[in-house]
Design a protein around this ligand. Structure first.
Ligand SMILES: Cc1ncc(COP(=O)(O)O)c(C=O)c1O
Length: 397
């Protein structure tokens, strides 16, 4: 047989979060002890999926829910998501679809909206799934830069300047991965107004919505106007500590005459892939209608780890760090001048000090700036060791 040439659309797909593992594996094979601050999964760090989630799934399997589910999701899961959307102030949810992780909800919503050559406003820094899917759809990423000087809030003027005739929507990640910023109400309202004015679909990624520090308020963007076309993404991966359960959903909201054809296109795609994991859907009503007893102790621990992260990194000469307000990420800035890229810096940090982080370039960052992403899920002892290793590493430069 002749050599098999992969499709061109795969050439630009990068995924720094997983790509860095190649460097880490080499260092490990060479005998280096590694401290992993790169994985956005609470489970390997000792946080447990709550029993009420796992019990519901096991009971559903035992009850025989192992056949296909309806394509949009079971009635019980869809109704629970609808009631939860209403509680968040999303009054005009038109369609709800349950998916294999939040990732599939995002991919289906993008696939149903974007033609080749269209563009989507994506936050930089932001979670790299959006640019990966855009590459697959042969659509363009239209980056807008979050304002580091203003706690990584969205700079609405910057967004405004970037809208053009091919712009179909805007992604907002709130709380943001990798910065941990939580969107302020005033800015959220300005973004919704802008989306309405320019006919943009708002993709509101709220997968970290209940992981908030310091009394922060979380706002569902779709709740700010009944006129805005929005898809709100959420799931069990982060707040319910179950990323491997692969359970997510999308909520399409807006006036029926605006979003009707769009959600019917999403429905076609959901039918074509049959359904999301059937038994796992049994956990959705239990999670959304419970009182989240696992969250207070989890947030207390995460807050301590967030504080250590912010304090220890801010004290290192050559590093500055905006204090995260939500999720479990920090996105410190490297202040050094010189030719070393953040990718090279991260690779050297792994090889010399065994600390695994992800280069900022993997999330998009303002040209000329260098950052790295830290996951502060590991316990205090590991974090302290990692940050003192980073201190030594910077001192040795
Ligand atoms: C902002 C954001 N959206 C979506 C996802 C994907 O979620 P899921 O694991 O439910 O597919 C992640 C995972 O890290 C994320 O950080």
């Amino acid at each position: 047989m002749k050599h098999i040439q992969p499709a061109r659309r795969t050439e630009n797909i990068k995924y720094a979060v997983r790509d860095i593992i190649l460097v880490a594996d080499q260092a490990k094979a060479a005998g280096k002890k590694l401290l992993y601050l790169n994985i956005g999964d609470p489970v390997p760090f000792g946080f447990q999926t709550p029993n009420f989630v796992t019990d519901a799934i096991i009971a559903a399997i035992k009850a025989g829910n192992t056949g296909y589910a309806p394509s949009p999701g079971t009635n019980a899961a869809v109704s629970a998501i609808r009631r939860d959307a209403e509680k968040r102030g999303i009054k005009n949810a038109q369609d709800i679809y349950v998916t294999t992780g939040g990732s599939e909800a995002i991919e289906l919503a993008m696939t149903a909206l974007l033609n080749a050559g269209d563009n989507l406003l994506v936050p930089c820094p932001g979670y790299p799934l959006y640019t990966a899917v855009l590459a697959k759809l042969e659509a363009e990423a239209n980056p807008y830069y979050l304002d580091e000087e203003n706690g990584w809030q969205v700079d609405v003027e910057d967004v405004k300047r970037r809208i053009n005739s091919k712009t179909r929507g805007i992604v907002i990640i709130n709380p943001n991965n990798p910065t941990g910023a939580v969107l302020q109400r005033k800015i959220a309202q300005q973004l919704v107004d802008l989306a309405i004015e320019h006919n943009l679909v708002v993709f509101s990624d709220e997968i970290y919505d209940k992981l908030l520090f310091d009394g922060q308020e979380h706002i569902s963007l779709a709740s700010l106007s009944k006129d805005v076309a929005a898809v709100t993404f959420n799931g069990l991966s982060k707040v319910y500590v179950g990323p491997g359960l692969r359970m997510g959903w999308g909520i399409v909201s807006g006036p029926e005459n605006v979003v009707g054809d769009y959600y019917r296109a999403i429905q076609k795609l959901t039918r074509a892939r049959l359904c999301a994991p059937h038994a796992t859907m049994a956990a959705v009503p239990v999670a959304l209608e419970g009182s989240d007893p696992h969250l207070p102790p989890m947030m207390e621990q995460l807050k301590r780890q967030r504080d250590i992260t912010h304090e220890m990194l801010s004290e290192i000469p050559g590093i500055s760090c905006v204090k995260p307000q939500g999720a479990f990420y920090a996105f410190p800035r490297l202040e050094y001048k010189g030719p070393e890229t953040d990718e090279q810096w991260c690779a050297r940090l792994i090889r010399e000090k065994g600390v695994v982080t992800v280069p900022g370039s993997g999330f998009g960052q303002k040209p000329g700036t260098k950052h790295f992403r830290i996951v502060f899920l590991p316990n205090e002892t590991i974090l302290k060791e990692a940050y003192s290793n980073i201190r030594e590493f910077m001192a040795g430069r």
